[in-house]
Design a protein around this ligand. Structure first.
Ligand code: FES
Length: 104
């Protein structure tokens, strides 16, 4: 099973199982990671914002326009920001690392 790592706001790294096909948001929920996802993945909020580790960013499918629009509203936007509900775990993403916004 693929794994991914969340870096929490206090710098804690949590490596967790990331089943194929689940979104980053769904993986976070399964492991009680503090990622809100208020709109349940319908691209109507930006509370699932994650900062993707730069070495992983280019491996992700490109963001669609709707995602870009919501991201523009996200707190703490960075060059490698994405919405966690829009990225699904694939074999290629085994080992993915993302930070919660505001992490040190
Ligand atoms: S959960 Fe609202 S946009 Fe991702």
């Amino acid at each position: 099973m693929p794994k991914m790592t969340f870096v929490e706001t206090d710098g804690t790294r949590r490596e967790v199982d990331a089943p194929l096909g689940l979104s980053i948001l769904e993986v976070a929920r399964r492991h009680n990671i503090d990622l809100e996802g208020a709109c349940e993945g319908s691209l109507a909020c930006s509370t699932c914002h994650v900062v993707v580790a730069p070495e992983w960013y280019d491996l992700l499918p490109d963001a669609k326009e709707d995602e870009e629009d919501m991201l523009d509203l996200a707190f703490g936007l960075t060059k490698t920001s994405r919405l966690g509900c829009q990225i699904r775990i694939s074999e290629e993403l085994d080992g993915l690392v993302v930070q919660l916004p505001g992490a040190k």
